[in-house]
Ligand binder design. Structure first.
Ligand code: NAD
Ligand code: WQD
Length: 335
């Protein structure tokens, strides 16, 4: 049995589908602070199998320990966490409490239960401003906001744990910019309030829920002046978790980027979204957003060499799948 912390969330629900479709048994632990149980009902309807669920907080070590024991868990995929960069600047202690302390309690519960296989959802944000591109895993780590630092400290905690006990099997996955949705349109990203990220904002403008997008800066040293990012389809990302589980058959700790290796600009995303949706996405040019870098994309070669993973879906498919999810669920899971 595989435990998914944060499995009711955006990426977690897609990982759940990938694992269940590969024949694995899954139990989800989530406090539902940023998700809805409806996502797991949708996962069940895609897979035709029930998903075990416990509503609990990763900081509750006893609850986590109980789930590990009751479900005979052999590996944990740890996605639970708060993820909004801006909010982390305003409420850093909540982020350290939830993400860092939560991960510490989770790892303590795993140690007590003798479960020593862990896959951790880290982020490209741990690199900070790139000093060269593409970003490979050897790039220095200098996150520029509290959220990114929580990811960095958790990574450090995992490296210390492995150094202390070489029986652990640990995979650290640094996601770039996950977008898109399952091709069924049943599950997808369901941001509460105003979306922080580009794709959900674009989708809500296209569907008429918001008037226009602000493009944060058009004077970057990029071909069209707007920011460039490595957008990766959430189903490709989910497949990476299967790859890592297969690779963790022996003790070790490895860290890989999950990205496509290709950068797309904000204007390219808008145009692609307009093409697949047949809608206009009105936008205005605003000032640069504080903390944004001009360009960020992955060197994805290590993930291919280490676990045979590579992304397969194009930006067009990412936008098309995001659009299908948005049109089938204009109010997200709240509909
Ligand atoms: P999400 O908010 O949709 O999912 C996170 C889930 O964790 C939610 O269901 C939430 O309710 C749950 N959760 C949060 N704190 C918890 C706690 N203390 N106990 C139990 N459950 C808790 O976010 P997501 O986009 O699916 O991200 C999943 C993971 O991937 C996060 O750790 C995030 O930092 C990381 N990540 C996300 C992105 C991205 O752009 N989406 C990029 C890089 C890394
Ligand atoms: C992408 C581009 C914006 C919104 C964030 C986190 C990172 C990781 C992924 C978790 C940038 C531009 C955006 C808008 C815009 N998350 N933009 N108008 O900032 O690359 O990464 O999500 O780990 O940690 O920082 O993603 O989607 O916010 O922005 O012009 O309304 O779109 O300026 O160039 P980002 P994003």
């Amino acid at each position: 049995m595989i435990l998914l912390t944060g499995g009711a969330g955006y990426i977690g629900s897609h990982v759940a589908v990938a694992l269940i479709e590969a024949g694995l048994d899954v139990v989800v632990l989530d406090n539902l602070s940023n998700s809805s149980p409806a996502s797991l009902e949708r996962v069940q309807s895609i897979c035709g199998r029930p998903v075990a669920f416990r509503q609990a907080d990763i900081r509750d070590e006893e609850a986590v320990h109980d789930v590990l024991k009751s479900y005979d868990v052999t590996a944990v995929i740890h996605l639970a966490g708060l993820k909004a960069v801006g909010e982390s600047n305003e409420r850093p202690l909540s982020y350290y409490d939830n993400n860092v302390l939560g991960s510490m309690r989770l790892l303590s519960a795993m140690q007590r239960a003798g479960v020593k296989t862990m896959v951790f959802s880290s982020s490209a944000t741990v690199y900070g401003a790139p000093s060269y591109l593409p970003l490979d895993e050897a790039h220095s780590l200098a996150p520029t906001n509290p959220y990114g630092r929580t990811k960095f400290f958790i990574e450090e905690m995992l490296r210390d744990l492995y150094a202390s006990d070489g029986d652990w099997r640990i995979g650290v996955l640094r996601y770039f910019n996950p977008v898109g949705a399952h091709e069924s349109g049943f599950i997808g990203e369901n941001p509460l309030g105003v979306p922080n990220n580009l794709l959900p904002f674009v989708a809500q403008v296209a569907v008429g829920r918001r008037e226009k997008l602000t493009v944060w800066g058009c004077d970057y040293p990029t071909p069209d002046g707007t920011g460039v990012r490595d957008f990766v389809h959430v189903c490709d990302l989910a497949a990476g978790h299967l790859g890592v589980l297969r690779h963790l058959k022996a003790p070790g700790l490895f860290t890989v980027n999950l990205g496509t290796g290709e950068g797309s600009s904000v204007l390219q995303v808008i145009r692609t979204f307009e093409a697949v949706s047949g809608r206009t996405v009105p936008y205005e040019i605003g000032k640069r957003r504080t903390g944004d870098v001009a360009v960020c994309y992955a060197d994805p070669v290590l993930a291919r060499n280490v676990m045979g993973w590579k992304s397969t879906r194009s930006l067009t498919q990412m936008c098309a799948d995001h659009w299908r999810w948005q049109t089938m669920n204009p109010a997200g899971y709240g509909a």
